[in-house]
Design a protein around this ligand. Structure first.
Ligand code: ZN
Length: 188
């Protein structure tokens, strides 16, 4: 049997695993060969899809774990500057908690690997703090704003069984093909 492609590995909306709150990763699993393999697999799926984040439920695993990385950023046009879109280095978050910083929100287009080829405007907190464990089990805490904060909120939602379509401005829901900008390589 041939291996699944990255796209085939990603479950699509309607699958129950995307709608149940995920279970915490047990600390004794962190660092085991199987767990390391799972994280490497998630990074692989994210890079090959391609996407900028993958949460474990998106590959059918109901655990509180996500990876993110965006190598496309760097303010190379006005649009990216407007949405505060720097390069986001690879991060792994295990059992994360998320809290908004301040009360500012930002409206911008967002897509999801599990709602393939669609996008919509989704209001998100401008800045958030996420704490959890990294892949070694060491504490990690980041406080990000703009696009990286949007990725964090999107992936964290996946651990709660929430999809962006629950939060979107419904009138903006569109196929990627109907949008002027190419959002498809930025699904998360
Ligand atoms: Zn998603």
């Amino acid at each position: 049997m041939r291996a699944k492609t990255a796209r085939e590995a990603i479950v699509q909306t309607g699958h129950p695993v995307l709608r149940k709150p995920a279970s915490p990763v047990s600390l004794s699993d962190i660092g085991t060969p199987d767990f390391e393999k799972l994280i490497d697999y998630m990074i692989d799926v994210m890079r090959n899809a391609p996407g900028v984040g993958v949460a474990a439920p998106q590959i059918g695993i109901p655990l509180r774990l996500f990876v993110l990385e965006d190598r496309s950023g760097g303010f190379d046009d006005d649009d990216e500057e407007e949405r505060e879109k720097p390069t986001v280095p690879l991060h792994v978050f295990i059992n994360p908690t998320l809290e908004p910083i301040g009360e500012d929100t930002v409206h911008f287009y967002e897509g999801c690997l599990s709602v393939h080829r669609m996008a919509a405007v989704v209001p998100r907190w401008h800045e958030v703090k996420v704490s959890g464990l990294d892949r070694k089990g060491d504490p990690i805490e980041v406080q990000w704003s703009g696009w990286p904060a949007r990725i964090l909120q999107h992936e964290f939602d996946h651990l709660e069984g929430v999809l962006y379509i629950d939060r979107m401005i419904t009138q903006t829901f569109s196929t990627v093909a109907n949008l002027e900008v190419d959002e498809e390589d930025e699904e998360l």
